[in-house]
Write a protein that binds this ligand. Structure first.
Ligand SMILES: C[C@H](O)CC(=O)SCCNC(=O)CCNC(=O)[C@H](O)C(C)(C)COP(=O)(O)OP(=O)(O)OC[C@H]1O[C@@H](n2cnc3c(N)ncnc32)[C@H](O)[C@@H]1OP(=O)(O)O
Length: 728
């Protein structure tokens, strides 16, 4: 159905304009044109007394059509004409306008609603201005009208957090004038529009209102505070400040001046790489669910209603929590009563923590907990649609478990393993060929009920139906899935291993690890630096996982002496109270002088100072540190693309943002690498390979063929490699 705005005049003299662009009525230019043409028609028609604007289907509108940002540069072609039209024909035309809101009214959608003279909502509707999440600011007058409707304090909060509010909060704040059941929406909106036309209710224009705005001194203090907060929380981002500039101008000089400033600030934000990166992540996140040859194969996903989870440890209990929260029946199996009780209480604690944080009610937590049943044997396994095995990383144990599953489960049941290191083919190696088609990797990230990514690992045997069902389950439990091929580390851990290794290599060259952390966290924008992360994960885990990469890719690893030494001294990180950092009772980290002897010994045994740097530790700028750590990661990411481990390069962007904490406003690993440029990355890696060759470490930096080919041809790394043999 082509995007449009439908127009009809009803017998009571109300013109109903319906925004129509399924599924969310995004404001495509054709919808906007239709809206304004219809409004002009209504104002010119003597039979029309008032206008109601609504959306087709389940939603009012999710805002401006984000696809336009990718098609056109400079903010998708948004200009002052739209704001002019909103003022003239929506807010201030001859006939009053009322918005009838169901579902979402977000971004430009809410801005259109705020341009109307009143708003009627339905239970469950969601109202918000999430533009900052896309690296832009509201551009259809939202920076001016929202503060005038709900007050500056709440408006700024809504814009800076991008978080929508519901119908009750909307009514309380004054954003909605009434909330009525869905079936009465249109009638109630029409009645209100006719009452305004008849002068029974006042005709309010949001842009002219000042009654909800705080007094000037207070308003300035609120804006100043918001600026300081935004500078602290989003120090790499300028668009929150641009948003506040527009708000401030409106408060100081009035709504029309504010609108003008909003237009300038919008254009400035739209020109930044941040906006391009965030729009890329928006679409990339949605496109991971579309897997070539799987989701386009004409198969129907089967519902996974009951899942058995094997192992109630940290991962198993987290997975069980995620499933139960989504209403999936869970059978939790452990080897003895003590372990089972431990697993059940971990799930209960996960639920309790959500209740404490106000994220769910106690009643909802109880209902979710009631979905979980504990067991010590396989007797109930015949009734489940899927099993997720989350026991320790022991190949023999896993093979035995999968043989038991083959015997105990129904012939349709999906048999998934949550391994992060073991070859999935090996896990299913001893099963019948038909059973192997049902074996898949379901790699959750810890804590599994919190982390948003799920790596779905397919083997050469995994059937398309099993992949489709697992994708469906992943959506049901609100995880973003990335389907990947089977290799050591799959996609996420595989691109991650050179990161920690490069950090250690730099430390072993004599660079202070706290300085490295500062460059990567504060400087680049990762949630924490590699050494702080190592303390979070645990040096014992790091050492264990690292061995897999040393075995699989010996030609391009760096093995530091620091991890075995830390593990031996029981400096395991946060869980033992000390690692690279020391931790207080509240688990707050601070640099620890006691780790210095460990570092000194590691530097001495590495011998890099002498072999590579002539005895003097290198003095690297922040940028050089970032390049030394991330270019090997990009290099490995390119190998992952080249080997067909991911379906498309954008999947790696989503995976690195969601699992590694790569800053979303940099667009993910490969998007960022393209902004830096393959040519520069190759040149720098070659230079590093040469520099570290005397220590036998050229292979750690040597750029791969995919990267070199892109640098030579000028192709973007995110274009993927046409014709590459895919493992998917
Ligand atoms: C000038 C203005 O100030 C500028 C703007 O308005 S910018 C736009 C501001 N609006 C937004 O940021 C809202 C973005 N959308 C969302 O948050 C969510 O999509 C939603 C809450 C509306 C719905 O979520 P959900 O039900 O999970 O469905 P979701 O998969 O996200 O979206 C359904 C489809 O609509 C598309 N879509 C959602 N919002 C869209 C938009 N504003 N423009 C274009 N397409 C959009 C999605 O890409 C997806 O397409 P697909 O099926 O082809 O993958």
């Amino acid at each position: 159905m082509a995007p449009s705005a439908e127009y009809r005049v009803e017998s009571d003299g109300v013109a109903v304009i319906t925004l129509s662009n399924p599924p969310v009525n995004a404001l495509h230019p054709a919808v906007l044109k239709g809206l304004f043409d219809s409004l002009r028609r209504a104002h010119a028609d003597p039979n029309v007394k008032a206008v109601v604007v609504t959306g087709s289907g389940k939603n009012f509108s999710a805002g401006f059509d984000i696809n336009q940002f990718q098609k056109q540069s400079g903010g998708g072609g948004i200009d002052g004409n739209i704001n002019g039209a909103i003022c003239e024909v929506l807010e201030g035309g001859a006939k009053p306008t009322v918005a009838a809101i169901q579902g979402v009214a977000l971004g430009g959608g809410l801005e259109v609603a705020m341009g109307c003279n009143a708003r009627v909502g339905t239970p469950g509707c969601r109202l918000g201005l999430p533009e900052l999440q896309l690296g832009i600011i509201p551009g259809f007058g939202g920076t001016q009208r929202l503060p005038r409707l709900v007050g500056l304090q709440q408006a700024i909060q809504m814009m800076l957090t991008s978080a929508p509010i519901g119908d009750k909060a909307g009514l309380k704040a004054g954003l909605l004038d009434a909330v009525v059941p869905q079936g009465e929406l249109l009638a109630a909106a029409k009645r209100r529009a006719l009452d305004i036309a008849a002068g029974v209710l006042p005709r309010l224009q949001s842009l002219q209102r000042t009654d909800r705005l705080e007094p000037y001194g207070e308003a300035t203090a609120i804006i100043d505070f918001a600026r300081a907060q935004a500078a602290k929380r989003a120090r790499h981002l300028t668009h929150p400040q641009l948003c506040l500039d527009a708000i401030q101008e409106g408060v100081a000089k009035g709504g029309l001046a504010g609108l003008k400033k909003e237009g300038e600030a919008f254009a400035a934000a739209a020109a930044l790489d941040t906006h391009k990166a965030l729009v890329h992540i928006f679409f990339a996140t949605r496109s991971t669910k579309k897997v070539t040859g799987v989701t386009d194969a004409g198969l129907k996903p089967r519902k996974v209603a009951a899942v058995a989870v094997l192992g109630g440890g940290l991962m198993g209990s987290g997975i069980a929590t995620a499933l139960a929260l989504a209403g999936v029946k869970v059978l939790l199996k452990e080897v003895n009563q003590q372990f089972l009780d431990g697993g059940m209480s971990r799930i209960r604690a996960n639920m309790a923590s959500r209740v404490k944080k106000g994220r769910m009610s106690q009643a909802a937590a109880d209902a979710a907990m009631a979905k979980v049943t504990g067991t010590l044997d396989y007797s109930g396994f015949g009734g489940v649609d899927m099993v997720i095995e989350a026991v320790i990383e022991d190949i023999g144990l896993k093979q035995r478990i999968f043989a038991d599953l083959e015997a105990s489960c129904a012939p349709h049941a999906i048999l998934a393993t949550n391994t992060s290191t073991i070859d999935i083919e090996l896990v299913g190696a001893k099963l019948k060929p038909a059973t192997r088609e049902r074996v898949v990797g379901a790699h959750f990230f810890s804590p599994a009920h919190v982390m948003p990514l799920l790596e779905i690992v397919r083997t050469r045997h995994t059937s398309k139906q099993v992949l489709l069902d697992t994708l469906e389950l992943s959506s049901a439990i609100k995880k973003t899935p990335v389907v990947v091929g089977n290799c050591t580390g799959f996609a996420v851990n595989r691109v991650f291993f050179p990161y920690t290794m490069a950090a250690c290599l730099l430390m072993d060259s004599g660079v202070n690890p706290y300085q490295i952390d500062a460059a990567i966290a504060g400087g680049f924008g990762m949630p924490m630096g590699p050494f702080r992360l190592s303390d979070l994960v645990g040096s014992d885990i790091g050492l264990h996982v690292g061995k897999n990469f040393v075995d699989s890719f010996p030609q391009r690893v760096y093995v530091s002496g620091i991890f075995p030494a830390l593990v031996e001294a029981k400096r395991l990180g946060e869980k033992s109270g000390a690692g690279f950092y020391k931790f207080d009772a509240k688990r707050r980290p601070s640099p620890d002088p006691a780790v210095e002897p460990f570092i000194r010994r590691s530097v001495e045994s590495a011998g890099l100072l002498g072999k590579v740097f002539g005895g003097k530790p290198p003095k690297l700028s922040q940028q050089e540190t970032i390049e030394l750590l991330f270019f090997p990661v990009v290099n490995e990411g390119c190998r992952v693309i080249d080997e067909g481990i991911v379906d498309k390069p954008a999947d790696l962007d989503v995976a690195t943002v969601m699992a590694m904490g790569f800053p979303p406003y940099r667009g993910g690993l490969i998007f960022w690498a393209d902004l830096v440029g393959a040519k520069h990355i190759v040149a720098r890696l070659q230079q590093l390979a040469q520099q570290f060759a005397p220590a036998g470490l050229a292979g750690f930096f040597e750029p791969c063929e995919y990267l070199k080919a892109a640098a030579a041809s000028g192709r973007r790394l995110s274009d993927g490699r046409a014709g590459a043999a895919s493992k998917l």
